[in-house]
Design a binder for this molecule. Structure first.
Ligand code: AHG
Ligand code: MN
Ligand code: MN
Length: 338
């Protein structure tokens, strides 16, 4: 039998080689991975575990919460609050930050998560996931506040996602490439199945919700029109389109075989910069994609360089194969110069 590398062994060996995974960060990642395993088990039970359907409540962004949104949020909080590795947590499903209760020791890390990404796919048995981002509490101020979280994505200590699909997979970066772990359901362990993942720089596949086409800005329309024109158009090649409507699943496909994912600003709600959230969707995915050799922008600026002004800030997102993201950005710059 070939020897397998567990998540713990991977983290210990990374620390030995590169020295950037202190014990508290390793504990944090292991605890998040364990929580994701519990969420995977709940997802797999479906109707048998009474986890499908809506919870009858709304989150701070005015979205109807599904039962699994709430279950996943609780699993992540319960798993992470007592270990002493965190100062506070923030989530798509909570209005404000969750400070680690006084009865537990406080650590130096901050954890942000989208506990259940792709909620519209829960009840139709399509891949969903969990996205997380880890920051360090900087400065020596006592206590912790929302301001401590408002750091640009380039300061992330780690980021990852778990995709609950035909297989449950954990994708992780601690700033030294991207590793993929597959959940062995029999042994219950996360086993390393791919290391140093690389996104091809070119692609013939794009992901966008085409039903919003009439609301797009001209550079987005131009980019997609040129893809759709295929081999006889300016791009000189035919493109394929995929849209799962779970960011984790779309990003996972791009990580596996290349592609470009777009959720741009559009005119439906012009005051909103985009639909996706900067702190717990765009930043962690941007970190992973960049670490795999891809790029991530809001159309004009690198996502990870943006300075957040609030916890639930939204942002336009374009990420994936480097040359396509650069082309998309160039169209925006050209449009701005006109
Ligand atoms: P969430 O379920 O956490 O609210 O996120 C859903 C997001 C993202 O996963 C996906 O890419 C996008 O919403 C899909 O949006 P549309 O339904 O507008 O296509
Ligand atoms: Mn989401
Ligand atoms: Mn969500």
């Amino acid at each position: 039998m070939s020897r397998q590398t567990s998540l713990t062994q991977y983290l210990v060996e990374q620390q030995r080689e590169h020295g950037h995974i202190p014990q508290e960060l390793r504990l944090l990642i292991e605890v998040v991975a364990r929580a994701c395993k519990r969420i995977a088990i709940a997802v797999n039970k479906g109707a048998l575990g009474d986890v499908l359907g809506t919870a009858g409540s709304e989150n701070v962004q005015g979205e109807v919460q599904k039962k699994l949104d709430i279950i996943a949020n609780e699993v992540l909080i319960e798993a992470n609050e007592w270990g002493g590795h965190l100062a506070a947590m923030a989530s798509e499903e909570m209005d404000g930050i969750y400070v680690v209760p006084n009865r537990y020791p406080q650590g130096e890390y901050l954890l942000l998560f989208d506990p259940l990404d792709g909620s519209s796919n829960i009840d139709v048995n399509v891949s969903i996931g969990t996205i997380f981002s880890v920051l360090r509490k900087v400065g020596h101020s006592r206590g912790v506040s929302e301001d401590d979280f408002l750091q640009p994505g380039k300061q992330q200590a780690a980021a990852g996602y778990c995709v609950y699909g035909p297989q449950s997979m954990l994708v992780l970066t601690v700033g030294d490439g991207v590793a993929v772990f597959t959940l062995d359901r029999e042994t219950g362990s996360w086993v390393l199945t791919q290391d140093q993942v690389k996104i091809p720089e070119d692609t013939k596949e794009f992901a966008i919700n085409m039903s919003n086409m009439r609301h797009w800005a001209p550079p987005v329309k131009r980019y997609i029109d040129e893809c759709l024109a295929g081999s006889t158009g300016p791009r000189g090649k035919d493109f394929n389109m995929r849209w799962v409507a779970s960011m984790v699943a779309d990003v996972h496909r791009i990580l596996t075989r290349g592609g470009v994912f777009m959720y741009p600003w559009d005119q439906r709600e012009p005051e909103k910069p985009g639909k996706l959230r900067l702190m717990y969707e765009a930043n962690p995915m941007a970190f992973i994609v960049e670490q795999a050799g891809g790029a991530a922008t809001n159309g004009t600026e690198r996502i990870m360089a943006l300075n957040p002004t609030k916890l639930h800030e939204r942002v336009a997102v374009v990420l994936g194969s480097k040359n396509e993201v650069e082309r998309f950005t160039a169209y925006h710059l050209e449009a701005a110069q006109k």
